[in-house]
Design a protein around this ligand. Structure first.
Ligand SMILES: *Cc1c(COP(=O)(O)O)cnc(C)c1O
Length: 420
């Protein structure tokens, strides 16, 4: 259907049509994953008897809040774990991951990250580059790392590392973060878990940010003892305005709950302040919204391949997170992409993003986000650290049809500036 709400040049329009034709078969596969996960989530709601009364707000200590208790059960069932914590009190993904790590590790324990250098904001949590007062290292935790080999987990080196000394916690990052290595499938996480379990008694934690509902299984079904993620990414379905979740083995979730609040109080306190409805609704929406984000990512890859750029993952690759990187080759392209994308946002479309020194990141970053929820990257957004190889990382899209416009306007801005 011809539309003229947005002015798209013939060059970009024709690349878009070719891209759409190329990715049609993959949309069916995405729909199948969405349908499976949507049924999984619906059945967890029904099994746990979610009712409107659970949306009632608690205040003060929040003792005996039914919504808080039941949403934990729902998430535990979805993730096939003993237990879970779903809380608006987690301020972001980094905070959720930090609470897990501080909950599980004690002075003298060794934490081993087996997927190379972790996501930028986790560096200060661990104390990798000496920064960050009150980091894990500051508290006497010993941090070690197994680097990737050819951009993949080095299974032989992992086997050696866990065999040669006592490791308390093995840490796996599922999504690529600001790197260009492929995201890990649950099957690959399972292979790592098998090696770790066969050669040590370490607990396995997975940073599941951006990974939820991209496959029909989750890392907890292939050996992860604890997973965690953000509710303004996949698991909040674009509805939760803040928060995070943890799911895993009962004893570990209990320890984590003591760090979330205090030893002794744990999960028994925490006023929901009327947040329960949107957290339930967010989890309910999540499988579908993740499907829309995957379609958006695949379209982005196909469009920019048509325009002559390198992408990872490729438009035809399987997907284990919602992140798409496009190698835009130079700073001018990065800036045009992000500024063009912003023009297609439902909120703040008139704003012009500029590169800035963002707390927690080591380089200047330009970000495009025009979201209903501040910083929500399940909504269409893009980030580009201004460093080699000038890749933009984009993710999200509450619905494919509107997100597609954002991507087209990103390409259009590059065309307008004579860059493509
Ligand atoms: C987003 C992300 C985080 C941190 O989440 P924030 O909500 O931004 O604090 C951690 N790990 C990975 C892989 C991520 O994508």
């Amino acid at each position: 259907m011809k539309q003229d709400f947005f002015k798209i040049s013939d060059k970009v329009q024709s690349a878009s049509e070719k891209a759409m034709a190329k990715i049609q078969p993959y949309f069916k596969e995405t729909d199948e994953i969405t349908e499976y996960n949507q049924q999984k989530v619906l059945s967890a709601f029904i099994k746990n008897g979610v009712s409107e009364s659970m949306f009632a707000e608690s205040t003060g200590y929040g003792y005996g809040d039914r919504g808080r208790e039941v949403i934990d059960r729902v998430m535990a069932d979805i993730m096939c774990t003993d237990d879970a914590l779903v809380r608006h009190n987690f301020t972001c993904g980094t905070h959720t991951l930090a609470v897990c790590l501080f909950g599980m590790l004690r002075p003298g324990d060794v934490m081993l990250c087996v997927t190379g250098t972790p996501y930028d904001t986790i560096h200060s949590v661990i104390g990798i580059n000496g920064k960050g007062d009150g980091s894990l290292v500051d508290y006497g935790v010993i941090y070690k790392q197994v680097d990737l080999k050819d951009n993949k987990p080095d299974l032989e080196a992992i086997r050696e590392a866990v065999s040669k000394e006592k490791i308390k916690l093995v840490y796996i990052q599922r999504s690529r973060g600001y790197s260009l290595r492929p995201s890990l499938s649950c099957e690959e996480i399972g292979e790592i878990a098998k090696i770790v379990k066969a050669n040590s008694d370490a607990d396995i934690m997975v940073d599941n940010c951006y990974g939820e509902f991209t496959q029909t299984i989750e890392p907890t079904q292939v050996g992860a003892d604890v997973i965690a993620g953000s509710l303004i990414k996949n698991a909040g379905g674009g509805i939760a305005r803040t928060g995070g979740y943890v799911a895993g083995r009962a004893d570990l979730v209990e320890k984590i709950s003591y760090r979330l609040t205090t030893p002794g109080l744990g999960r028994e306190v925490g006023a929901t302040l009327g947040m329960s409805r949107e957290l339930f609704m967010g989890i309910f929406a999540s499988p579908h919204v993740v499907g829309e984000a995957i379609k958006t990512a695949r379209f982005t890859a196909a469009l920019f391949e048509e325009l002559g750029f390198d992408t990872t993952p490729k438009s035809s690759d399987p997907r284990f997170d919602i992140v798409q990187s496009v190698m835009l080759e130079n700073e001018a392209n990065l800036i045009a992409f992000c500024q063009g994308l912003q023009k297609g946002a439902p909120i703040d479309s008139f704003v012009t993003p500029e590169p800035w020194d963002m707390p927690g990141y080591d380089n200047k970053v330009i970000m495009s986000a025009g979201a209903f929820t501040g910083g929500a990257s399940i909504e269409l957004s893009a980030d580009a650290p201004l460093r080699e190889p000038f890749a933009v990382w984009m993710q999200g899209g509450l619905n494919f049809h509107s997100a597609k416009v954002g991507i087209l306007l990103a390409a259009e801005e590059m065309a307008k500036r004579g860059l493509i």
